[in-house]
Design a protein around this ligand. Structure first.
Ligand code: URA
Length: 446
């Protein structure tokens, strides 16, 4: 197909575009023959009509080809990465990257910033004084040669087509489309030059796509697309109907990640790091099966190797490792949110917990003030615990009461002590890999 406008006619009429049509369109967009009006029509068309699997692969590849890819000669191990669709308190990347590096993998992790009610990995790392997320291609290479992992921002040269399309989607309310999300995320992951990818697809009230069925559809589209592009990919559906771990808020989450790196910290965070890490060790040939992979990741958390890698990685990105060991600075003021009655501590809406922290200054508002990295919420009891009336359940870290009343209101809408409350479901759900169209139960994982 040589006519770049052919795909717009197909979308308008509800016909499947011929092979090459999507590529021709994206190429014309990138080289300036087509403009934002065409891009807007395309995005609306895809949102409304969807896109067939092979066209999603074509879209992803064409977006990838709009910029550079990271190249690593002799990086010393298989290149792997994980992507999470985002949730409340999700700091799993922080222990996972150095744990994988300690197991022999190399992790060029291009990450994002927080959006809406969720925090971003880059923002969290910036709570470590001096930490610089702006790596260029040579910076990524240098970090991989050193600590074996790098966590940084998307460079200007990586997938410029996504930057442009994402800005248009954002401005026109066209973000929530599975083909557009899958191609956006995967074009950036493919640009890292990785050979294996694990996707942590969240479902539940705190997830970007709360409905597990939609999350699953996204997971399947992403697995299919990434595999077609030559990357071994597995998706795990994981519960985000409550926050991950006990800490929500940037510096608090880095502290919790640091505890995990020392073999301590909450059990759910540890479980997620082990399971996602095991998938990547198996996919990249560094472990024979998931049980062995889990054991290897666990060992690096328990014997200090992952912590050592993390400190090395922080230092090579300019961060003050000493600040981490001494405890990162938190907002000075403390308030407690207590159970109004006896019962089981339940999370009715995880998003409300993220929104509460955002109210304290820990979230990005459109055109708003900078992030306060020291505010947040610490769960004093795990969701599911039996509690008594008046028992403190959440400690809020705030700065001079800013946003506190609103944060308390939001917590009250999202959390409760309920005499009839039930235990939360398992954290780790379905495993979606190529050829498991309906997903399969996880293999034995020890
Ligand atoms: N994250 C991305 O990078 N792209 C999307 O479309 C959605 C989430």
């Amino acid at each position: 197909v040589s006519d770049p406008l052919e795909v717009l006619a197909c979308l308008r009429d509800g016909r499947a575009p011929a092979a090459g049509a999507v590529r021709a369109f994206v190429e014309a967009l990138v080289d300036g023959r087509l403009g934002d009006a065409h891009a807007g029509a395309f995005l609306m068309g895809v949102c409304a009509r969807g896109l067939e699997a092979n066209a999603v692969v074509e879209l992803t590849r064409a977006m990838l080809a709009s910029g550079d890819t990271l190249t690593f000669d002799d990086q010393g191990g298989p290149l792997v990465d994980k992507h999470s669709t985002g949730g409340i308190g999700d700091k799993a990347s922080l222990p996972l990257a150095p744990a994988l590096a300690a197991c022999g993998a190399r992790v060029p992790m291009v990450s994002g910033r927080g959006l809406g009610h969720t925090g971003g990995t880059l923002d969290k790392l910036e709570s470590i004084p001096g930490f610089d997320v702006n790596l260029d291609a040579e910076g990524y290479r240098r970090c991989l040669r050193g600590a074996g992992f790098a966590i940084g921002a998307q460079t200007a040269e990586l997938v410029p087509a996504d930057k442009r399309l994402y800005a248009l989607r954002d401005a026109t309310g066209l973000v929530a489309s599975i083909p557009l999300i899958a191609s956006s995320i995967l074009s950036k992951k493919l640009a890292e030059g990785i050979g294996a990818l694990v996707l942590d697809v969240k479902f539940g009230s705190g997830a970007f796509l709360p409905d597990a069925r939609l999350g699953r559809e996204l997971a399947e589209a992403m697995v299919r697309t990434a595999e077609a592009a030559g990357v071994r990919t597995v998706a795990r559906m994981t519960a985000m109907d409550r926050p991950l771990g006990r800490a929500v808020g940037h510096a608090l989450e880095v502290r919790e990640a640091w505890a995990c790196l020392q073999g301590a910290g909450p059990a759910d965070l540890r479980e997620l790091v082990e399971v996602l890490g095991a998938e990547l060790l198996v996919a990249s040939g560094l472990a024979e099966d998931l049980a062995v992979g889990r054991g290897r990741i666990a060992a690096t958390l328990d014997d200090g190797r992952a912590a050592e890698r993390f400190l090395q990685g922080v230092e090579q990105q300019g961060g003050a490792a000493r600040a981490l060991e001494g405890g990162l600075e938190l907002a000075p003021d403390v308030d407690e949110w207590c159970a109004s009655r006896a019962g089981r501590f339940v999370c009715l809406d995880a998003r409300a917990v993220g929104s509460a922290v955002a109210a304290l200054g820990g979230g990005r508002t459109v055109g708003g003030a900078g992030l306060d990295l020291g505010v947040g919420a610490e769960f004093l009891e795990p969701v599911g615990a039996e509690v008594v009336a008046g028992q403190p359940l959440v400690r809020l870290r705030h700065r001079g009461g800013r946003g506190l009343a609103l944060a308390r209101e939001r917590l009250a809408a999202g959390l409760d002590a309920d005499p009839d409350g039930v235990l939360p479901g398992p954290l780790i759900g379905e495993r979606i890999a190529l050829g498991t169209a309906t997903g399969t139960p996880p293999a034995a994982e020890g």
